[in-house]
Design a protein around this ligand. Structure first.
Ligand SMILES: [Zn+2]
Ligand SMILES: [Zn+2]
Length: 245
């Protein structure tokens, strides 16, 4: 009997800051098929396509965590160039995707384009790249249609503007909701395990365990969270060393 888990194909990842807001666009790809995805291509289309060319990645899909222009502004441009399918966010963020062109100038983003995804995402949906499956969690609060895309076995999540190293997403925008955001983080993210490493929409990577220890907004001591304790610190280094290195 072959071991299916050790036969899992490998993915590569590069984080590419885009737009004047230094939004973390991720390029992930299968090193077997060289097919890849841009997660949150916010802008700087030439920089993104340059990265794809440099690593020889054939971009097949765009995954959007939410509708803000610094995350979705270049999705249409990527599709126009590569034919990639645009997937996500949840349909409750379409009103933001319709405002990219009218609201971008306020943030110095003048090359963003409005976009309608080929497919919206729902809580519990599955995505696939190079034979690796990714889960989808609907995490409203920063925006109503925000989703987090994660790979549990690889201990990696793309959390957009839900959670940052030492902070959480803004909720002072229209249709933002602070308590809903806290509930999304404790109810949808923490059960995935402490060892999940995450790429936030801005700033450095971290782990859910780290944020549960010292994030002033969502540390367990602040929220009183007593749910899943899996992925304890002793396991973390070993798991991370094996995956996504
Ligand atoms: Zn945002
Ligand atoms: Zn953002």
């Amino acid at each position: 009997m072959t071991d299916q888990q050790t036969a899992q194909p490998k993915l590569e990842i590069r984080v590419i800051p885009t737009t004047p807001l230094q939004q973390n666009t991720s390029m992930i790809w299968s090193i077997e098929t060289m097919e890849g995805v841009f997660v949150d291509p916010g802008g700087d289309i030439d920089k993104l396509m340059g990265a794809a060319e440099q690593f020889g990645v054939n971009i097949k899909q765009v995954w959007l965590t939410h509708g803000h222009m610094d995350h979705a502004g270049a999705a249409k441009a990527v599709k126009d160039i590569t034919g990639a399918e645009i997937i996500g966010p949840h349909k409750d963020d379409q009103w933001l995707l319709d405002e990219i062109e009218s609201s971008g100038a306020r943030y110095g983003i003048t090359d963003g384009q409005n976009v309608t995804p080929d497919r919206y995402l729902e809580d519990g949906d599955e995505l696939e790249l190079g034979g690796i499956k990714f889960g989808v969690a609907h995490c409203p609060g920063h925006t109503p249609g925000h989703v987090v895309i994660y790979n549990e076995s690889g201990a990696l999540a793309f959390v957009g503007d839900v959670l940052f190293r030492g902070s959480i997403g803004r909720t002072d925008f229209p249709r933002g909701n602070h308590q809903q955001l806290i509930d999304s983080i404790t109810g949808k993210l923490w059960p995935l395990g402490k060892d999940i490493r995450f790429v936030p929409g801005h700033g450095p990577m971290s782990t859910f365990g780290q944020e549960r220890t010292d994030n002033p907004f969502v540390a367990d001591a602040v929220t009183g969270y007593q749910g899943a304790q899996k992925g304890e610190a002793s396991e973390i280094d070993q798991r991370l060393a094996k995956r996504w290195s």
